[in-house]
Write a protein that binds this ligand. Structure first.
Ligand code: A3P
Length: 293
């Protein structure tokens, strides 16, 4: 089947979205969560896949060794609101999961999360990444993925990114919305891409503490190896080979995996403008992002 044309952004209940994430809305809104479901929530390009695979290996590394599964990660950890013609809907993929816990990916801003997850007190992991690296990653991704409008040139893309003219709305509203939710919802574990990058072992220990999972030294070692950037890049089950709406020849999904790649794209003026733009919104919420390690 031919890929559908790139979607337009439109105002969906006050947030810019595309039809690929809203067409199945009634079913998403009425989703029935189970208490042991685990949600991985992020703004796009913030390390979602990394976190999904980490969770997948923590829970299923022992019972479903990679060599015994032929299911790509995007089917093992379905994308709740995804609704792309010619591909199974995320909500239906979740319904078909027979494993426990079910791992569920979403990019929804906090106010759109289906009620059922809060009612069931589900554990949620939110991953946030600094806006400069998100913008660069998103720019390359938008070239290769027809799930997003055409990115155009870098400068124009960056301006629109800062104005929040992206699917799922403005980056700062997303990270701040989820950060504020964390203050009142204890089952939300908020992590930073930069912290994962700095010390994955420490972050995994904290994550396991939150999840109530204990790993043997051997299990932890094997997970750390599996989720390394180069290993995920070489692994056809995690690198989005045959991923919906992606052309990996244009740009690989597993692109650089670094903190600070923005320095290869931003001019000094763009960098200053970006710092100024986000300072107020982020600081007043009590959030702090590192743009280099
Ligand atoms: P870059 O484009 O900067 O390389 P998402 O999964 O939310 O779409 O995020 C994709 C970004 O996470 C990409 O960033 C990708 O390379 C990075 N990423 C994926 N797996 C990673 C890993 N194991 N280690 C570091 N970065 C990873």
């Amino acid at each position: 089947m031919e890929a559908p044309p790139r979607p337009q952004l439109f105002d969906f209940q006050g947030v810019l979205m595309t039809k690929f994430n809203t067409d199945n809305w009634e079913n998403v809104k009425n989703f029935k969560a189970k208490p042991d479901d685990i949600v991985i929530a992020t703004y796009p390009k913030s390390g979602t896949t990394w976190a999904c695979y980490l969770l997948d290996r923590i829970y299923f590394g022992k019972t479903h060794p990679e060599k015994e599964t032929s299911l790509p990660l995007f089917l093992r950890v379905p994308y709740l609101e995804q609704s792309v013609p010619g591909h199974p809907k995320g909500k239906d993929l979740i319904d078909q999961l027979t494993i426990t816990p079910r791992l569920i990916k979403t990019h929804l801003p906090v106010q759109f999360v289906p009620e059922t997850f809060w009612e069931q007190n589900c554990k949620i992991i939110y991953v946030a990444r600094n806006p400069k690296d998100v913008a660069v990653s998103h720019f390359h991704f938008s070239h290769m993925s027809s799930a997003h409008p055409d990115p155009g040139d870098w400068n124009g893309f960056l301006q629109r990114f800062m104005q929040g003219k992206m699917a799922y709305g403005a980056w700062h509203e997303h990270v701040v919305g989820w950060w504020e939710k964390k203050q009142t919802y204890p089952n939300l574990h908020y992590i930073f891409y930069e912290d994962l990058s700095e010390n994955l072992g420490r972050e995994t220990d904290e994550l396991c503490g939150f999840l109530g999972v204990s790993l043997s030294a051997e299990q932890k070692e094997s997970i750390m190896t599996a989720v390394k950037f180069d290993n995920m890049k070489d692994n056809n089950l995690t690198n989005f080979t045959n991923g919906p709406l992606m052309n990996l020849k244009v740009s690989p999904f597993m692109r650089k995996g670094k903190v600070g790649d923005w320095k290869n794209h931003f001019t000094v003026a763009q960098s200053q403008h970006c710092d100024e733009h986000y300072k107020q919104q982020i600081q007043s919420a009590g959030l702090h992002f590192r743009t280099e390690l």
